[in-house]
Design a protein around this ligand. Structure first.
Ligand SMILES: [Zn+2]
Length: 416
């Protein structure tokens, strides 16, 4: 007799439902049935034991070309980035960028593989991954991340961002390299306009990114106003450009730390521009002493989500692609601790992050791709408390081979 399902998850507890447990049927990569009791057997039967089953985790911001490079950088870089209320962040980024003289596709790809395998272990199945493109990095990082993207296809879905971290106007040749990176197959156009030396140059930087986005029909992701300077305004500039170009919902804003220093009336006005432009904000309060004003943005209906940002590099020594850990840290740093706020934090690493990244057909519902995690706790609060890796991770309707992923993730530990 033919089995009804490839995988059946029995006695699953879903979020925001009443207390009744459900069965989830998966076939041909899709969630085909969600019902109180599903008849028919499956090739793989999983008992969730009444614990929480949700959509897999989503990380909309990771500098994947820099993972595990902490040992290669001088301590002066993080000191400059984080210190003096982020007043010298630009100097920190410049110091950190020295390692790019050593950039080579081979070691970047190996480091990235370990971080992506670690993501799979933690049920983090969609990542927007930044690859630096400039005179030093050349196209080494883009080639490495495209290679890793193709290797992990079907397990972890990577969106590779070609990212001109040293500027487009101030960095000779960066515009051409960015164009080449898009031709090579990068998924997203990445910019950092605030790093330019004048407002006019920042505007040119933004214009070039949107030109390429249109040419290649790609989304835009930009790191904005990432320093302790209340005069930085590139978030507004980028959102206005998204409106002018009719790129609604296709431009994502990262960092935006200067927002913490803006006058409140300006934040109100800015929030209206962001909703009109469909620009979502990715914040990562654990990687810097300043962060976007999440509570106010949420009150104003701006889409906000959380990113890992860094794993063991010049900007952050920790990180392991565990989005539950990111949400747990954010709960403290943003002081979001009520039941309702904890549920919101969980949205910010799942459904909201997927919307920000334009992940197609994401969700725990019939007809969606079967990307789900089966946790070892009954609710979101307990899940965040322990922020443990899921008991089972299912990607595209297949059980992720955890032993294999762990073997890749921890393969070079002795050389760290
Ligand atoms: Zn970042």
């Amino acid at each position: 007799m033919i089995d009804a399902f490839d995988i059946a998850i029995r006695r699953a507890r879903l979020r925001k439902r009443d207390d009744r447990l459900v069965d989830i049927g998966i076939r041909d990569g899709l969630i085909t049935n969600v019902a109180q009791r599903l008849e028919g057997k499956a090739v793989t039967e999983i008992d969730a034991h009444g614990n929480l089953v949700t959509e897999s985790f989503v990380n909309p911001h990771l500098h994947l070309c820099k993972v595990w490079t902490l040992a290669m950088v001088e301590e002066k870089a993080p000191q400059a980035y984080h210190g003096e209320a982020m007043g010298r962040a630009m100097a920190g980024i410049e110091l950190a960028s020295k390692i790019k003289d050593k950039y080579a596709e081979s070691w970047i790809a190996e480091n990235a593989r370990r971080a992506v395998a670690l993501a799979a272990v933690h049920g983090n199945l969609h990542i927007r991954a930044f690859a630096d493109v400039d005179g030093k990095a050349r196209l080494e990082a883009v080639r490495a991340l495209i290679r890793v993207r193709d290797e992990f296809r079907g397990v972890v879905d990577l969106q590779v961002v070609a990212f001109a971290q040293d500027g487009i106007v101030r960095e000779p040749g960066a515009a051409e390299l960015l164009h080449q990176a898009m031709k090579l197959g990068a998924d997203v156009v990445g910019g950092i306009p605030w790093i330019e030396l004048t407002e006019a140059d920042a505007a040119t930087h933004i214009k070039i990114c949107f030109d390429y986005a249109r040419e290649f029909d790609r989304d835009v992701s930009m790191l904005l106003d990432d320093a302790g300077d209340p005069g930085l305004r590139t978030l507004e500039m980028m959102a206005m450009e998204a409106i002018r170009r009719e790129w609604k919902g296709r431009a994502l804003a990262h960092h935006c730390r200067a927002m913490s220093l803006y006058p409140t009336p300006y934040v109100q006005r800015l929030a209206r521009i962001l909703t009109r432009a469909g620009v979502a904000i990715v914040t990562n309060p654990h990687t810097g002493p300043l962060h976007a004003r999440v509570r106010e943005l949420l009150t104003e209906d701006v889409l906000v989500c959380l990113g890992q940002d860094d794993i063991s590099d010049a900007f952050y020594p920790f990180g392991r692609n565990n989005m539950l850990e990111v949400a747990f840290l954010a709960s403290h740093l943003l002081w979001m601790m009520t039941r309702q706020e904890i549920e919101k934090l969980y949205d910010m690493i799942t459904v909201d992050a997927a919307r920000a990244m334009n992940v197609a057909r994401y969700g725990l519902c019939e007809g969606a791709p079967a990307d789900v995690v089966i946790l070892d706790q009954p609710d979101v609060l307990e899940t965040l408390r322990y922020h443990a890796s899921p008991v089972w991770v299912i990607s595209n309707g297949r059980v992720v081979d955890q032993a294999r992923m762990r073997a890749i993730a921890f393969s070079q530990r002795d050389t760290d």
